[in-house]
Design a protein. Structure first.
Length: 236
């Protein structure tokens, strides 16, 4: 009971400090709060997105496991819906289909791909990988912006609070705690607000960057495996 009372008093005291802060400190706190909300929105969005990608990867692996050969793999992709992993196979199928149609119109009879056509296929898959990675990487740079800007905003609030403390000392003619207390409180709460916004953003940025890189590696390996499967079936 005593602990709950102390916690309530602490929260009340913190609220009093925020409400009693100088205007410039309140502005810093509001900006830090906005940064924090943006950061947590991106964190929640990316958590859901990477969770969805893991589910899509499992579904793709199961579909490929049941497929024998590229033809069955292509048919299995239709049931996966929107999936970056399925898009790699679909891009390959689309490229080969367009190439086959073009060769038929030109009267070219060749079962395999020339070196130039193989390079074009690889460039097509690289483009698809880059497009999917770009989608996954959206909003992540904003986390880096919050992580770098929020501590500086907190530092700005700290400096302003210290300046106000010295102004109070000059006005009161004494360094009594009642004169410097409000300025020091402003400085500390601004510092805390900046760190509270920056720390989750730093952690989330590192996690999202690592997962995006792992996702890119998975797509690149999948593209290589798809080309390898074509080679094993004599379609290159």
């Amino acid at each position: 009971m005593q602990g709950a009372t102390d916690s309530s008093e602490s929260m009340g005291g913190l609220l009093d400090i925020v409400l009693g802060a100088k205007l410039e400190t309140k502005i810093v706190l509001v900006i830090c709060a906005v940064f924090s909300l943006i950061s947590w929105y991106i964190i929640a969005t990316k958590w859901w997105e990477f969770r969805r990608l893991r589910a899509q990867r499992r579904a793709f692996d199961q579909a490929v496991l049941r497929a024998h050969g590229m033809d069955e793999r292509e048919q299995a992709m239709a049931a996966l819906g929107v999936s970056p992993f399925a898009e790699i196979v679909r891009s390959t199928t689309s490229f080969l289909g367009d190439l086959h149609a073009t060769m038929q119109r030109q009267g070219v009879d060749r079962s395999g791909l020339s070196l130039t056509q193989l390079e074009a296929l690889m460039m097509t898959l690289e483009t698809e990988v880059g497009r999917e990675v770009e989608v996954v990487g959206r909003m992540v740079p904003m986390l880096a912006t919050v992580a770098s800007a929020a501590p500086l905003l907190g530092l700005l609030g700290t400096v302003l609070g210290i300046i106000n403390a010295f102004i109070s000392i000059a006005a009161a003619g004494t360094g009594d705690i009642r004169a410097v207390g409000p300025g020091i409180a402003d400085a500390l709460i601004a510092t805390a607000a900046g760190l509270a916004a920056a720390i989750p953003a730093v952690i989330a940025y590192n996690i999202c960057t690592a997962r995006a890189q792992r996702f890119e590696g998975e797509l690149e390996r999948l593209a290589q495996e798809t080309i390898g499967a074509l080679g094993r079936e004599g379609r290159l």
